[in-house]
Design a protein around this ligand. Structure first.
Ligand SMILES: O=C(O)CCC(=O)C(=O)O
Length: 373
C-alpha cells in the first residue's frame, strides 16, 4: 500500500490555500480519497442505516430508520467508526489528522471529535445554518481553534442535490461580538430543515449590524472523493436535495486539537457530557476521542521526524490489517489521494461490484482478527 512521504505531507497546503482558509473560513481540497473508495463507502451506507454494523458495535447516534422515519429526512449516524472499519479507516486516518493539525497549527496533534455519516437522498430536506463550535468546541478548553471539520463528498455534490454552502468569512463574526453560542446556533434543524436554511446566519449577522444583502453565501460544488475543510466558527448549512434521482452522501470528520480538555466551568451538555469521565474531570478519553496524528512524545513545538508519530491503538490495528497506510512509508511514489486507496486489481474486473470487493475485504480482515483472539 502506498503511503504519504513526510516531504509530500509537509507540502500539503499551499500558501494560497492557507490564506483562503483564513479569509473565507473554508477550503476545498481535491482527491482526499479515491472515487472508487468513495463510491464503495456510499454504497455501504445502505448497510449502516439498516443497522447492519460490521463490527457489531452500535454507533453513538443513529438518526433515521426504515419504515419509521420520514423518507425525506436527512439521515445521520454519529461515530460510525465504532461500527464499521470502512468508516474507521477514514475517520482515524493519520494523513487527515496531519492535514488538520497542519492547517490549524496544532503542534500537539489531532484527535477525533466525532464522525458524521451523512445521507441526503433525492428529495430530502436541508440542513439549517449553524456553527460546529456551538456543538463541539464550546465543550472544550482552550476553545478557540479547537476543532475543524473535514467534509468528504461520496457523491458529486452541487446546487441541484443540496451541496454545503457557507456565509463567507463568517468565522470572523465571533470576534465582532456576534456570539455563536445561544439559540440560533444550536436550534437549527439538522434532519430536514424547511424554509430559508440560512436564516440563523442572517440573525447572527444582524447582531453585529451586517444586513442580509451584505452576507455572501457560497455553495460549494465538491467532486466525489474531494473534501471541504471548514472552520469551527463558520456559518454553514445546505438546501434541500431537489434532484429527483441523485443522492448526496458524505462523511464528515470533526477533528479536535489533541491537547483539549473538557470545560469544567459549567455542566457538560447532553451529547459530549456522555464522555466526561466523572464530575469535574477535564481529561479527554482516548477510547472516545482517539488520537489520529501527533508528533511522537508530543511535547508541544517538537518537530516531526520520519517514522515518529502517535496514533490510537485503533488506528494501529487498522494499519496492521492494511486498512490504513502508515503516514511515513518506504515508497517514494507521489500520492494521488490523501487516504491511500486499496489495491483494487481484484475488484476492477468487468462487472465486479467495487463496493462488494472492498467490504468483503474489510470484513474478512475484521473476522481474521476475531479468529486470532
Ligand atoms: O452535509 C451537510 O449538509 C451539512 C454538514 C455539516 O453541517 C457539517 O459537516 O458540519
Amino acid at each position: 500500500m502506498r503511503a504519504i512521504r513526510p516531504s509530500a505531507a509537509r507540502q500539503l497546503w499551499t500558501a494560497a490555500e492557507r490564506a483562503s482558509f483564513q479569509r473565507d473560513g473554508f477550503i476545498l481540497k481535491h482527491n482526499i480519497i479515491s472515487a472508487a473508495d468513495a463510491r464503495a463507502l456510499a454504497l455501504h451506507y445502505e448497510d449502516l442505516f439498516a443497522g447492519r454494523f460490521p463490527t457489531g458495535i452500535y454507533p453513538d447516534e443513529w438518526h433515521w430508520r426504515e419504515g419509521i422515519s420520514l423518507p425525506t429526512a436527512v439521515r445521520e449516524i454519529v461515530n460510525g467508526w465504532k461500527s464499521s472499519p470502512a468508516v474507521a479507516r477514514i475517520a482515524l486516518s493519520p494523513a487527515l489528522g496531519f492535514a488538520a493539525a497542519d492547517l490549524l497549527g496544532w503542534p500537539s496533534g489531532s484527535r477525533l471529535g466525532q464522525d458524521d455519516v451523512l445521507w441526503k437522498p433525492a428529495g430530502s430536506g436541508g440542513v439549517g445554518y449553524h456553527v460546529d463550535s456551538a456543538y463541539i468546541s464550546d465543550q472544550f478548553q482552550e476553545r478557540d481553534d479547537s476543532s475543524v471539520t473535514i467534509w468528504i463528498a461520496l457523491d458529486d455534490a452541487d446546487e441541484s442535490n443540496g451541496a454545503v454552502e457557507y456565509a463567507v468569512g463568517s468565522h470572523r463574526w465571533r470576534l465582532m461580538n456576534a456570539t455563536n453560542s445561544g439559540e440560533s446556533a444550536t436550534t437549527s434543524s439538522f434532519h430536514g430543515s424547511e424554509g430559508d436554511v440560512a436564516q440563523p446566519a442572517y440573525d447572527a449577522a444582524s447582531r453585529i449590524g451586517i444586513k442580509p444583502p451584505d452576507v455572501e453565501l457560497r455553495t460549494m460544488s465538491v467532486p466525489i472523493g474531494s473534501a471541504l475543510f471548514h472552520s469551527q466558527d463558520v456559518w454553514h448549512g445546505s438546501r434541500n436535495n431537489g434532484h429527483s434521482t441523485r443522492h448526496r452522501r458524505a462523511l464528515a470528520i470533526h477533528l479536535l486539537r489533541r491537547n483539549v480538555r473538557f470545560r469544567t466551568d459549567r455542566a457538560p451538555d447532553y451529547i459530549y457530557g456522555r464522555y466526561v469521565m466523572g464530575k469535574g474531570r477535564e481529561e479527554v478519553g482516548e477510547a472516545f476521542f482517539p488520537i489520529t496524528w501527533a508528533p511522537a512524545a508530543a511535547t508541544v513545538e517538537e518537530s516531526v521526524s520520519d517514522g515518529e508519530y502517535e496514533r490510537s491503538e485503533a488506528a494501529r490495528e487498522l494499519e496492521r490489517r492494511g486498512l490504513i497506510a502508515p503516514l511515513y512509508g518506504e515508497e517514494e511514489k507521489e500520492e494521488e489521494t490523501l487516504v491511500p486507496p486499496f489495491e483494487r486489481s481484484d475488484v476492477e474486473e468487468e462487472g465486479a461490484d467495487p463496493a462488494k470487493g472492498l467490504l468483503e475485504r474489510l470484513l474478512a480482515r475484521w473476522s481474521e482478527r476475531e479468529a486470532c483472539e
